[in-house]
Design a protein around this ligand. Sequence first.
Ligand SMILES: C[S@@+](CC[C@H](N)C(=O)[O-])C[C@H]1O[C@@H](n2cnc3c(N)ncnc32)[C@H](O)[C@@H]1O
Length: 266
Amino acid sequence: MSRGVLRWAGSKRALVPTLMKCMPPKHRQYFEPFAGSAALFFACEPEGATLGDTNADLINFLDQLKSDPTLLHCSIAEMPIGKEHYYLIRASRPADALARAARFAYLNRFCFNGLYRTNRSGEFNVPAGKNTGRMPSLAMYKDAARVLLHANLKLASFHETLRDVDSGDFVYLDPPYPTDRQTYGEYGYSLPFPESDLKDAISELHGRGVRLMTTYPTADLTLGLTDFRTLEMRTLRQVASKTAYRRRRPEYLSWNYDAQLDSLYY
Ligand SMILES: C[S@@+](CC[C@H](N)C(=O)[O-])C[C@H]1O[C@@H](n2cnc3c(N)ncnc32)[C@H](O)[C@@H]1O
């Protein structure tokens, strides 16, 4: 079970044991169209997978990690650590893919709360964090790259990623909470989508017999669809920059197949 190497606001790392119990025992390809740090993907190490996200820096980082974890790790190790250096590196705009991936990993490690937030011009604007921990080791980079070898990485909106899904596949949907995205620029301001688009996509996949699991702050995504079960979980989401916004929000887990969780909660 790999842990991945990124911090990510909205990461489902704390929920991984529950999510793994809820996964279908058998499926063909694994799809995660809102990948982020892909905590569940790294934990369950599927043999065939597609990870999609609209964050170009994130997908470039995963591409570089997959193709040469040692080279990427060495590039990051050369970067000086400290608050002043953080702001210089944040202001830099490296042109080549490897240097961009190293900058992304550095900022991800040393920023406040693992946030990815941009201004309206698309510039990363998260301040330096405190007590962020060290860069992951080379062994962790190599382990994450091993899991990524079985994954197809897509810089794409969820619509596009879902186009490749077949009926025997499993899809885990962990979309951003709409208010965070639109109000605070969390995950960037680009490509906002109405919740109804996602509901339509879920309904279409469900109709084709695709096995779906969703996590979302409301139970609305699968409301009205037969054969979905929903469990309310309470999680501490550290997604906003002000302590006042760090409150407990409900989180709903839904799925449309027989799962081990069924016997635990029903
Ligand atoms: C809640 S996070 C996913 C967290 C992930 N499950 C984890 O464990 O780290 C949502 C992700 O959706 C991505 N995203 C936002 N809008 C998107 C869109 N239209 N299509 C695909 N991905 C999108 C964001 O960049 C972000 O990485």
